[in-house]
Design a protein around this ligand. Structure first.
Ligand code: 6R9
Length: 651
């Protein structure tokens, strides 16, 4: 057998045609770090400003003098940039191409003109309901056009949206609503995924019965499936009744570049999810610029990102980036395997998708079903393929490239985070040779570095923790309501740098390979779950005394969730209780946090100072008892033996 190539050079045709070709990358990257003010002033011209910024960057990561400000005297409105600006040149162009869960539902083509009108009507309705600049609005919607309309309508009136993924439970909605004090929630009767109905409105009703949610005055309900829901007047209002008669123009709010655009909650290594806050000017410059450059965007592309708008990928690369660029953005309500595992490729053919952006977990799951469900489609329209969310194993990369892309389409492996607002490391398809498993090179202005545990910056070929040495415009500005947590989480581990929480290797060519989280965050199918969140869900059950949660390698999901549970005295670890605890976690957080394994633990391995040694728990979960390392510092080393025995018994 011949070994497969480890480098996939830029296709010659693309190198010649791409807006950023070979050689351009080095030149632009050098400029971007040598004179960031000039570089980012020029980049800002891609937007339409109400007041063009003259101050470009004002940044210090030093703890005693900390600040991150971009385009500080600029004024703009994000919805104007995503809509109004295109009306003259692209009014009839499809902005959002919607494909429903059921292939028999007719797709919808929403033009820039129609989207503008719909956003203005909702924006007027929001104002009529008392929503003002700076107010928070929670969006809990399925993948329907209204989710983009809702985000942009908030942006138009200066309200800060906070989208909550439709898979989150009532308790998770309530936590987020309480943290940011939302005034209004936009939801739908039900969502639809893979033929199953998701009771969105019922979840909101349950959430609003929980403490801390009194700030909510109004719930707007989109009629989507037509399913029956309870309406509690005067709080609950049908969306169409409030919105349809509004005027279809609406004066946009003038926003400072540093005014908040949205909050998005994400899991960290400790405590409850944090409200990652992004502002308007820098975020939009960065999301639109990276979207154009990383996907080599052209005017006639049909661009499809399969993420959910509940995640940052949906924010930056379904809504803000593509629409700011005047692109056609496909929005898909369904799942990859419904009604069959050919669905993605049928949608590609149906709409002549040219750029396709998805997650490694989806690729691995589809790969398992073999090539036939892919080969039954043409996919001739595809030009560029992208991945995001977790490390992609080279086998999956090669299958994506060879089978899905017929070996014709560059694969861009894009590394970034909720916190970064947009892509930080990725191979620009016309400029940088790809390597399966490597995100390759930093985007313009991004200065990655690899540090060891002491914080020493390592040069050349190296492996360690990934930090970013200087700011970029799309960087988050704060943790909502807790600026100190922002600084502590990201800037105190390696003073003077932004700490990503990821491990990373740089090879001899200078290409970056992300190796995964080095903190207590588990990446399940590209979704971040904090071990602390799952633990606190478990211990909130009356029969649980203590719990410890770790990640373990999983063929499809990348990582799975492994929970060790100590029961309160007198309780017995039965199968029924196991099921009850798994259901309890789903109820507390949502189905994405479902433990894959739950093991009864009469005791947990702790140091003499009472710290749980997760390293040992990870090795037991991985079933690698020979790699436990030193256990002599444990308060009671015999605990490990009993956990191993239990593990063997369960396997
Ligand atoms: C955009 C997004 C961020 C974490 C990040 C890292 C992992 C994302 C990756 C990747 C390897 C890639 N991650 N993209 N790891 N290669 N191309 O996913 O944001 O949900 O905040 O997750 O995901 O571990 O730190 P978010």
């Amino acid at each position: 057998m011949s070994t497969p190539p480890s480098v996939y050079p830029v296709p010659e045709a693309l190198a010649a045609q791409a807006a950023i070709g070979r050689g351009d990358y080095e030149r632009l990257y050098d400029e971007s770090v040598r004179d960031p003010d000039a570089f980012w002033a020029r980049a800002a011209q891609r937007l339409q400003w109400m007041q063009v910024p003259t101050q470009i960057r004002d940044v210090s990561f030093a703890l005693e003098d900390f600040r991150i400000r971009w385009y500080g005297d600029g004024e703009l409105n994000a919805s104007v940039n995503c809509l109004d600006r295109h009306l003259h040149t692209r009014g009839d162009k499809t902005a959002i191409l919607w494909e429903g869960d059921d292939p028999a539902t007719p797709p919808r083509h929403v033009s820039y003109r129609e989207l503008h009108a719909r956003v203005c009507r909702l924006a007027n309705a929001l104002r009529s309901l008392g929503v003002r600049k700076g107010d928070r609005v929670t969006i809990y919607l399925p993948m329907i056009v209204e989710s983009a309309v809702a985000m942009l309508a908030c942006a138009r009136v200066g309200a800060v949206h906070t989208v909550v993924f439709g898979g989150f439970s009532p308790a998770s909605i309530a936590d987020r609503v309480a943290d940011c004090g939302s005034k209004l929630i936009i939801t739908a009767d039900e969502g639809l995924r893979g033929g199953r109905r998701i009771p969105l409105k019922a979840n909101v009703d349950a959430a609003l019965k929980l403490p801390g949610t009194n700030s909510v005055e109004t719930v707007l309900v989109v009629r989507h499936t037509g399913g029956a829901v309870g309406m509690q007047m005067p709080r609950d209002r049908w969306y169409d009744a409030v919105v349809d008669d509004q005027p279809d123009t609406c004066e946009p709010e003038r926003m400072n570049a540093e005014d908040p655009l949205f909050i998005l909650y994400t899991s960290g290594s400790t405590g409850k999810p944090k409200g990652v806050l992004h502002t308007t000017g820098g975020y939009l410059v960065f999301a639109s610029y990276t979207h154009e450059a990383v996907f080599d965007l052209r005017e006639d592309d049909v661009y499809w990102c399969t993420a959910d708008v509940g995640w940052v990928t949906g924010h930056s690369y379904i809504v803000y980036g593509p629409l700011a660029n005047g692109a056609t953005s496909l929005m898909f309500e369904g799942v990859p395997n419904y009604p069959s595992v050919s669905r993605f490729w049928e949608v590609v053919d149906r709409h002549k998708v040219s750029i396709f952006y998805t997650a490694p977990t989806a690729i691995r799951a589809l790969m398992r079903d073999g090539d036939a469900p892919v080969k039954s489609s043409s996919r001739a329209s595809l030009r560029i393929l992208g991945t995001v969310g977790e490390p992609i194993n080279p086998e999956a990369w090669r299958w994506y490239h060879g089978v899905v892309g017929d070996g014709r389409c560059p694969v861009v492996d894009t590394w970034w985070q909720t916190e970064t607002g947009g892509i930080l490391i990725a191979p620009l398809p016309g400029a940088i040779d790809a390597k399966p498993g490597s995100a390759t090179r930093p985007f313009f202005g991004v200065q990655p570095a690899i540090v060891d545990a002491q914080g020493t910056v390592l040069e050349g070929e190296a492996e360690g923790n990934l930090v970013i040495l200087d700011s970029w415009p799309g960087q988050m500005r704060t943790v909502y309501g807790d600026h100190q947590r922002f600084i502590d989480t990201y800037f105190s581990a390696y003073p003077g740098s932004y700490f990503t929480g990821d491990g990373c290797r740089r090879d001899a060519d200078g290409d970056y390979w992300i190796t995964g989280r080095v903190d207590d965050v588990i990446n399940v199918s590209g979704h971040r779950i904090g071990t602390a969140e799952v633990e606190s869900a478990l211990v909130s059950h009356p029969k649980v005394a203590e719990a410890a949660v770790v990640g373990f390698p999983h063929d499809i999901k990348g990582q799975g969730i492994y929970a060790y549970v100590t029961l309160v005295a007198g309780e017995e670890g039965t199968d029924a209780l196991l099921k009850e605890l798994v259901a309890h976690v789903r109820g507390e957080i949502g189905p994405i946090a479902t433990p894959d394994h739950l093991q009864w633990a009469p005791g947990l391995p702790k140091t003499r100072s009472g710290k749980i040694m997760r390293r040992i728990l990870r090795k037991i979960a991985e079933n690698a008892p020979d790699q436990l390392g030193d256990t002599t510092t444990l308060a009671d080393p015999s605990v490990v033996e009993s956990l191993l025995r239990e593990r063997r018994g369960a396997a």
